[in-house]
Design a protein around this ligand. Structure first.
Ligand code: AMP
Ligand code: GLY
Length: 434
């Protein structure tokens, strides 16, 4: 089978590495890819939003399957583009339709969907410029911290959590009147603050059946102790130790099953990944209850870099079944070991950062996996930085402390000017386990 994977980050390198393990994969193309994906297949110079270019490439290269990594082409309708084209409609494309991708593309759509299907989530209301005064009054009735979310895609920056009422009101005005996040904030969701521990659960669905992939936790802030600016993610751990059988049963019963049933009932075509961002909130009986913070319609980055190495099943077969509607006919095999992923970033990230620094020492890493996130080969064939998140190392081991230790040791081997990583990934989970 010939497969095209869309995207260029660490997530795509991890997906590419798993795809080429499959006997069914005859040839893999990655568009646009990075220096790491080039080791798994052939990078193709196409942008992920260039649907007609992608379509032409698929037809002329007899590609059988397209796997979509990031959300933008899904929200933009790439699955519908294929479905509506005679020559592309039989190509297996892994991802939801644009209508279903609204689960990520619109916070208000996601909240209404959860309400319709009784899926636990924070109480909320949505406001527009016309209802700004009602929004300000709603804030008066709420208690701090105040959670304000731009309705649309805002490159991970559209959520504000504020302690001060006046500041929250000011920000609401900026979002609705001044379009602080552009069109994404022409509607704003204000919701109840949930206190707990965040984690992510990933689901692969054919629209009717589903497989729950391992849980993971990511570390979003740049600084140790979860301080400083938000990033795309500085590391991840899978599985999450407190997400035990009881907790995962609640996740499946209260969230995953009604989500998939809801999609089916509403005729929302979905053959792909659902990423459920959860808050585990302490329940009165001493257990934890899961609430949905957000849906994404793709895998997480850097969660994929710890979840995918744990998948033992043939991913191409799973994708084929995802397309055909036969996911119920196979088992998902998972490696019991813990995966710890540590992200290495460029100096200055998540602010302005330099590109083009020479990367050294990857060859010294033994026994851990190095995924490329933002790298390229320069015109002399040397590996250089080409993004804020540059590389990540993932180690699999029998315990969380040993997996972490090995990833930190591996990270230390890799060098470039100003390279940075967090030394405390997973430490919060270790403390809980004691
Ligand atoms: P989102 O883009 O919806 O995932 O929100 C970004 C981040 O804001 C989440 O990862 C949480 O850390 C935080 N967050 C979002 N909604 C809430 C909420 N209702 N209560 C507490 N924290 C939240
Ligand atoms: N790691 C969070 C995300 O992929 O959105």
């Amino acid at each position: 089978m010939k497969i095209l994977l869309l995207g260029s980050g660490g997530r795509e390198h991890a997906i590419a590495a798993k795809i080429v393990e499959s006997k069914q994969c005859q040839q893999l193309f990655i568009a646009p890819g990075n220096a790491g994906t080039a080791e798994c297949g052939t990078n193709v110079d196409l942008k992920v939003d260039d649907f007609s270019g992608i379509g032409r490439f698929v037809i002329s290269n007899n590609v059988n399957m397209v796997v979509v990594g990031p959300e933008a082409p899904l929200v933009g309708g790439i699955v519908d583009y294929f479905a509506n084209n005679e020559k592309l409609k039989n190509v297996m494309i892994i991802g939801p339709s644009a209508a279903a991708a609204q689960l990520e593309g619109s916070k208000d759509f996601a909240k209404q969907f959860m309400q319709r299907h009784n899926i636990p989530t924070a109480a909320y209301r949505t406001f527009t410029r016309e209802t700004l005064n009602e929004g300000l009054n709603f804030l008066n009735e709420m208690k701090a911290p105040y959670v304000l979310k731009a309705d649309g895609l805002a490159a991970g920056k559209g959520v504000l959590i504020l302690d001060n009422l006046e500041e929250a009101k000011h920000e609401l005005c900026l979002m609705l009147k001044e379009e602080k996040f552009g069109k994404a904030s022409s509607s704003v969701v204000i919701e109840q603050y949930l206190s707990g521990i965040e984690l992510s659960v990933f689901v692969l669905t054919d629209g009717k059946h589903y497989k729950i992939l391992p849980s993971a936790k990511d570390y979003k802030r740049i600084g140790e102790g979860d301080t400083g600016l938000n990033t795309g993610g500085m590391g991840s751990i899978s599985p999450v130790p407190f997400a035990d059988k009881t907790f995962m049963q609640k996740v499946e019963h209260d969230i995953v099953a009604p989500t998939i049933k809801g999609l089916q009932k509403e005729g929302l075509r979905y053959n792909g990944f659902v990423f459920v961002g959860l808050m585990a909130v302490d329940a009165e009986d001493g257990t934890k209850d899961p609430y949905v913070i957000e849906y994404n319609v793709r895998m997480g980055d850097p969660e994929t870099e710890s979840v995918f190495p744990r998948i033992k099943s043939d991913i191409v077969e799973l994708f084929e079944r995802t397309w055909q509607g036969t996911l119920n006919l196979t088992n998902l095999e998972i490696d019991d070991r813990t995966a710890a992923c540590v992200m290495l970033t460029a100096e200055g990230y998540p602010g302005e950062y330099r590109k083009g620094d020479t990367i050294k020492g990857i060859e010294n890493v033994k026994g851990s996996i190095v995924f490329h996130a933002g790298t390229k080969l320069n015109n002399k064939g040397g590996l250089v930085t080409n993004g804020g998140r540059v590389l990540c190392v993932t180690s699999l081991d029998n315990s969380l402390p040993t997996a972490l230790l090995r990833s930190l040791q591996a990270a230390e081997q890799i060098k470039w000017r100003g390279r940075y990583y967090r030394h405390d990934i997973g430490q919060d989970l270790l403390k809980q386990m004691i």
